[in-house]
Write a protein that binds this ligand. Structure first.
Ligand code: PLP
Length: 420
């Protein structure tokens, strides 16, 4: 049935906004109030390992992911930054990374004075294409940073094989995939280190926050030092192992920790809701040739973080922007996801990270030769252009809300010729 599209003056499918807020209940409120009463907001002045709640949060996180160490920091970006630093990366070293991700995945490499080498992505998983990694390896390559984007796992087993063959470190950017598994093992636990974010938009939230996991005690200790000005001190131990390494202040507060403790208890339940909502959308939106659904449908090992469909303009002759505008008028706002591959940002195109003289690229002969340009990773460029991303697949939105999305999309798709 053809209905009058809202963009052309008809009634919208929905006027109620979708909800995008952290799933906070009385447990989090109680924990924060108790912390207020205790007046212990940070424990880092006593020990470089942090306060009681930070340590409890870290232990719980390590237990959940079944790893030896978890190190809490103040953001996912800090987690990436010091994870890479802990591996001993040198200025001018190269790190192979996906261009289709949030900026921090690649800028954390530059923060270490190292050089991102972008590897194109797989058109189905949107993650780094394992078949294109080896050709990018040089004598300066020291690490790979795969991202498990939107909750879909990168081909981490093959990535680990490549890393082993060339003696490279792997830092898994797991910011969008806490709970996703490969071969019954959590992503984030395959590489030397795995990094998470608990910023507002993530599966669980502490407002701002990040966590590093690793089974390597030495890397864990380095991360703790890097988090804390490079300084080690503890009440019950002499300050004999003060180090001269460059450090930062990436310490989380006890507030983030108490929120994290409560949120982690809810991770499974919240992930289940994400999958239920995501699978409903994929189930009901798979019959339109102009929309290609994402992978991971009904795969219990995948935890959907965001849902990224590909919109095929050549079938509809309607530009993606117009299509999205029509849906917005129906009350369903979608996003473009990452609008361009990371290397298309000015910092890379003009190599202007530190000052204007090309640092860190001029730190090595190879680095000076590396160029970033349109066409470098054609698959990523195409995916960026075609992506339409649903971020509504989260608590407290319900299947009823997803029904509105499906109704709006069917309505627009059935009358798409009116948009030409
Ligand atoms: C894939 C990815 N990497 C890194 C980050 C950085 O995390 P944060 O915003 O906590 O610094 C994010 C999230 O924002 C992300 O989605």
């Amino acid at each position: 049935m053809k209905e009058n599209l809202a963009i052309l003056g008809g009634p919208p499918v929905r006027s109620k906004p979708f909800v995008y807020e952290p799933a906070i209940g009385h447990e989090e409120k109680k924990a924060v109030l108790e912390l207020m009463d205790s007046k212990k907001f940070s424990g880092f002045y006593k020990s470089f390992e942090g306060g009681e709640k930070v340590i409890e949060f870290e232990n719980n996180w390590a237990n959940y992911f079944n790893v030896r160490n978890a190190i809490a920091v103040n953001s996912g970006t800090s987690a990436l930054h010091i994870s890479l630093a802990s591996t001993g990366i040198e200025p001018g070293d190269e790190v192979i990374v996906t261009p289709y991700s949030f900026s921090a995945t690649a800028s954390s490499i530059v923060m270490n004075n190292a050089i991102p080498v972008f590897c194109d992505i797989d058109p189905i998983t949107f993650n780094i294409d394992v078949n294109k990694i080896e050709r990018l390896i040089t004598n300066k390559t020291k690490a790979i940073i795969p991202v498990h984007l939107y909750g879909y796992p990168a081909e981490i087993v093959k990535i680990m094989d490549i890393a082993k063959k060339y003696n490279l470190n792997v830092i898994e950017d797991t910011c969008q995939s806490p709970g996703t598994k490969v071969n019954n093992q959590f992503v984030g636990t395959f590489g030397n280190l795995g990094t998470f974010s608990t910023v507002e938009t993530k599966n669980i939230s502490t407002g701002e926050g990040g966590i590093i996991i690793t089974d390597n005690d030495e890397l864990a200790l380095k991360c703790k030092l890097l988090r804390n000005h490079g300084e080690a001190y503890m009440n019950d131990k002499p300050r004999s192992y003060l180090t001269n390494m460059l450090g930062y202040n990436f310490r989380p507060t006890e507030f983030q920790a108490v929120l994290g403790i409560e949120q982690l208890k809810k991770l499974d339940k919240l992930n289940e809701i994400r999958n239920k909502l995501a699978n409903f959308l994929i189930d009901n939106l798979s019959d339109f040739p102009e929309l290609t659904p994402p992978q991971g449908h009904n795969d219990k090992n995948v935890i959907h973080h965001l849902l990224c469909f590909q919109y095929n303009e050549s079938i509809t002759n309607v530009p993606k922007s117009k299509y999205m505008e029509a849906l917005k008028c129906e009350g369903v706002e979608l996003s473009n996801g990452y609008p361009k591959p990371l290397y298309m940002n000015k910092m890379f195109l003009e190599k202007i990270a530190f000052g204007n003289n090309g640092y860190p690229w001029i730190c090595s002969e190879n680095g000076e030769k590396i160029k970033y340009f349109e066409g470098l990773c054609p698959v990523a460029e195409k995916v960026c252009k075609q992506a339409i991303v649903f971020s509504q697949i989260r608590y407290p939105n319900t299947l009823k809300d997803m029904e509105d999305i499906v109704t709006a999309i069917k309505k627009v798709n059935n009358s798409i010729e009116k948009l030409i």
